[in-house]
Design a protein around this ligand. Structure first.
Ligand SMILES: Nc1ncnc2c1ncn2[C@@H]1O[C@H](COP(=O)(O)OP(=O)(O)O)[C@@H](O)[C@H]1O
Ligand SMILES: [Mg+2]
Length: 334
């Protein structure tokens, strides 16, 4: 970051960029995968790589860290990066990528030019097909790094030419630790419950966690659960938890009243069903068999909602079923 940017009043770099790890060692989570990348970094010989996993967990960052570590000052000249916002049709593959692959760049021994194709699953199969030969012909001088969310959208012949690395979700503890570091650096005022709420809303997506932290802090000046759920616009898990507790106690009227409260705020059926699921998973106070029955019932409602019946009636039916499940004598004996 330039000093000018730092000094400009009122200017704030998005924290996801400001705190983007620069070295592999700084990437949080996925220890085994990062170790494999570090082994490549140490050895210098980068194979064709295919990195896959959910959004916001450090795929793009890791690939860039690796390329920087391998190429250092030559990065500018020796790396071609194309992501989903660039045109990557067959013509580009045939021209731009090929021209880059043919370009002469002087590099230290045992180093290669790197072509980063980010969000590669959005490339058409045709464009992917056109890459096969290029990958082979120029392999002595040029290596490809693909990053994608779904590796099954990458055609088989490319997969078989690559070392495949999978990124998993970052654990809640790891997300929390990272958020604490950022809070410290940015002098953010927060409550522990507030940070827990940020972690809850992010569901293992580090980018979302950092963004939600920043929007809550800059928008409302304090990171508390209420502020977080206000900014992130999700049904408040504590209210949703109350609904489930009423159901478990068989208090169907109270449960329906609470449901109406959430519904009146304008949340969609899908928002509410997915929050019900995420909350019930964390309710260790429920007997396990009840928890499982609840999850089954919520799952069915999720399916019906996705099939198009996203109504208040659908949710009321769910609440009735949950209240009944809990009244089942089989569970009362627990
Ligand atoms: N594992 C991680 N460790 C630290 N920061 C991360 C991690 N994953 C994501 N981030 C943060 O989220 C931002 C986006 O990460 P990125 O690597 O682009 O995600 P994606 O997996 O979608 O490619 C980064 O700039 C960084 O601030
Ligand atoms: Mg990415």
């Amino acid at each position: 970051m330039s000093m000018a940017a730092q000094g400009a009043p009122g200017y704030q770099l998005p924290w996801v960029e400001k705190y983007r790890p620069r070295r592999l060692a700084d990437v949080v989570g996925n220890a085994a995968t990062i170790e494999r990348l570090q082994a490549i970094e140490a050895n210098g010989n980068c194979p064709h790589l295919l990195v896959s996993g959910l959004p916001g967990i450090g795929k793009t960052t890791s690939v860039h860290c690796l390329a920087h570590a391998l190429l250092g000052d030559a990065y500018k000249e020796a790396v071609l990066e194309l992501n989903a916002s660039d045109d990557r049709g067959i013509d580009v593959v045939r021209n731009k990528i090929k021209v880059f692959a043919q370009k002469k760049v002087s590099l230290p021994p045992n180093r290669h030019k790197i072509i980063i194709l980010d969000e590669a699953d959005s490339m058409t199969p045709g464009a992917q097909q056109a890459l096969r030969r290029t990958m082979e012909i120029y392999a002595p001088t040029t290596r490809f790094c693909f990053a994608c969310n779904q590796s099954n959208k990458i055609i088989e012949p490319i997969q078989s030419r690559c070392a495949i690395l999978r990124f998993g979700r970052v654990s809640d503890e790891e997300v929390l630790r990272r958020l604490l570091e950022i809070c410290e650096a940015e002098k953010v005022q927060y409550s522990d419950e507030g940070l827990a709420a940020v972690v809850f809303t992010a569901e293992g997506d580090m980018r979302q966690a950092i963004n939600n932290l920043q929007s809550t802090w800059t928008g409302l000046g304090f990171v508390s659960p209420d502020h977080v759920f206000q900014v992130c616009d999700q049904p408040h898990p504590l209210v949703v938890r109350e609904i489930l507790e009423h159901c478990h106690a068989g208090r169907v009227d109270e449960a329906l009243d609470k449901l109406d409260e959430v519904w009146e705020l304008g949340y969609s059926c899908l928002d509410i069903v997915t929050t019900l699921f995420r909350v019930v998973k964390t309710m260790d106070s429920l007997p396990e068999s009840v928890q499982l029955d609840f999850i089954r019932a919520i799952g069915w409602t999720h399916m019906r909602t996705l099939e198009g019946v996203a109504t208040h009636l659908q949710l009321s039916g769910l609440i009735a079923r949950l209240s009944q499940t809990a009244m089942d004598p089989a569970h009362l004996s627990l």
